[in-house]
Design a binder for this molecule. Structure first.
Ligand code: ADE
Ligand code: ZN
Length: 330
C-alpha cells in the first residue's frame, strides 16, 4: 500500500537541504561556480559521512546568493513537498546563509521566501512557517546575531527558533543566551540533539535551552529515565528515520528506535530532514515505516495529529491544517 496521497504534516525540513540537486547545479552554472565535487556522475549529492555532508550542504548553500535565489528554491522545495502530500511544512531558515546575518539583508531574503510561500499555498494548498536556526559549529556569538534577526522578524510567519549543525561542536549551554532572546520574542523552541550525541545532549537541550521539541532525539532511547521524562513532559521528537539510516546512525529501519520510542509513550512525529541528500520524501518515509513496522493509516493519523498539535503556528492556521488532514486525500 502507498501513502502517497495521504495528507502529511512535516516539522523538520532544512530549506537549503531540500534543494533539488539539479536546481543547485543550474544555479552554479549561472554563477560560474565549480561545485562539481559535491555531485555523483549521475547528479545526486555525494558525501562520505555526516561531517562531510555538512561541508557539501554548505557548498550547495553557497550557490544561493540572493533573495531571488531563495524565492526560487522555496518554490521548488514546496512543489516537491506538496507532491508528497505535505499540507503543512515548517522549514529551518538560517540568516547565516541568507545574507550573512546582516539584518537588512535577512529581511529582504525573508520577504522573498514568504512571497514564494504565499504563491505555493495558492497553487498547491501547502502552508509553510519558518524556524530561524543558527548553525552550532559557527559558534554562540554568531548564534546571538541570528537570534537578533529572529527577534526582529518574529511574528505570524517566523514562529520558531532552533539550532542545527555539528552536535559534537561546543556546548549547548553556551547557546542559552540566544535561546533566551528568542523565547522573549515569543518564538517557540526546538533544538537538534540526540542524533550524533547520546541522551545527555537531549537533557542539555531541555535544561539549558528549555525547548519544547527536539530535532531527532532518537538516542534518548539509551536512557530509560529520559524516556520517562520525555513522555511525562510531552516533548515532541522530530524523528527523521531516512536521514538517520542514510547517515549511518542506525544500520536500517528495523534497527531504528522510532517504534520503541512510540511504545515508550514518547510523542513522535516524522520528517525528511534534507530529502534529496537522503534520497527520501514524506511519502517514502510513510511507505518505509509501513513496510518495516506494519504501520497503517491509524498510526500515520496519530503521527500527523502529534505533529499538528506541536506545530509552531497559531490556532487559526492549525484549524485550517486540521481541515486538510480530515479530507484524507490531497
Ligand atoms: N543540517 C542539515 N541537516 C542536519 C542534520 N541532520 N543534523 C544537523 N544539522 C543539519
Ligand atoms: Zn535536521
Amino acid at each position: 500500500m502507498s501513502f502517497a496521497d495521504m495528507p502529511k504534516v512535516e516539522l523538520h525540513l532544512h530549506l537549503e537541504g531540500a534543494a533539488p540537486p539539479g536546481f543547485i547545479r543550474g544555479l552554479a552554472q549561472e554563477r560560474k561556480l565549480d561545485i562539481s565535487n559535491i555531485f555523483t556522475p549521475d547528479g545526486t549529492y555525494e558525501y562520505r559521512d555526516f561531517w562531510h555532508f555538512l561541508d557539501v550542504y554548505e557548498a550547495a548553500s553557497s550557490c544561493l546568493q540572493s533573495p531571488e535565489d531563495y524565492a526560487r528554491v522555496t518554490t521548488a522545495v514546496l512543489a516537491e513537498s506538496a507532491a508528497s502530500g505535505v499540507v503543512y511544512s515548517e522549514a529551518f531558515l538560517s540568516p547565516d546563509f541568507c545574507g550573512g546575518r546582516d539584518m537588512a539583508a535577512w529581511k529582504e531574503y525573508l520577504t522573498a521566501i514568504c512571497e514564494a510561500a504565499d504563491k505555493a499555498e495558492a497553487e498547491h494548498g501547502i502552508i509553510m512557517r519558518g524556524i530561524v536556526t543558527p548553525i552550532r559549529h559557527f559558534g554562540p556569538e554568531k548564534a546571538r546575531e541570528v537570534a537578533l534577526c529572529a527577534q526582529e522578524t518574529a511574528g505570524d510567519w517566523v514562529t520558531g527558533f532552533g539550532i542545527a549543525g555539528d552536535e559534537r561542536a561546543g556546548n549547548l549551554a553556551d547557546f542559552t543566551y540566544a535561546f533566551d532572546m528568542a523565547r522573549e520574542a515569543g518564538l517557540r523552541l526546538t533544538a537538534h540533539a540526540g542524533e550524533w550525541c547520546g541522551p545527555d545532549e537531549v537533557i542539555a537541550a531541555l535544561n539549558h535551552l528549555k525547548v519544547e521539541r527536539i530535532g531527532h532525539g532518537v538516542r534518548a532511547i539509551e536512557d530509560p529515565n529520559l524516556l520517562k521524562r520525555l513522555a511525562s513532559e510531552g516533548v515532541v521528537l522530530e524523528v527523521c528515520p531516512g536521514s538517520n539510516v542514510t547517515l549511518g546512525v542506525y544500520s536500517d529501519l528495523k534497527a531504528h528506535p522510532v517504534k520503541a520510542l512510540r511504545d515508550a509513550g514518547v510523542k513522535v512525529s516524522v520528517s525528511t530532514d534534507d530529502p534529496p541528500f537522503f534520497y527520501t520524501s514524506m511519502t517514502d518515509e510513510f511507505n518505509n515505516l509501513s513496510d518495516a513496522f506494519g504501520w497503517g493509516e491509524e498510526d500515520f493519523n496519530e503521527l500527523n495529529a502529534i505533529a499538528l498539535a506541536a506545530a509552531f503556528c497559531d490556532d487559526q492556521t492549525r484549524a485550517r491544517v486540521k481541515e486538510k488532514l480530515e479530507k484524507k486525500h490531497v
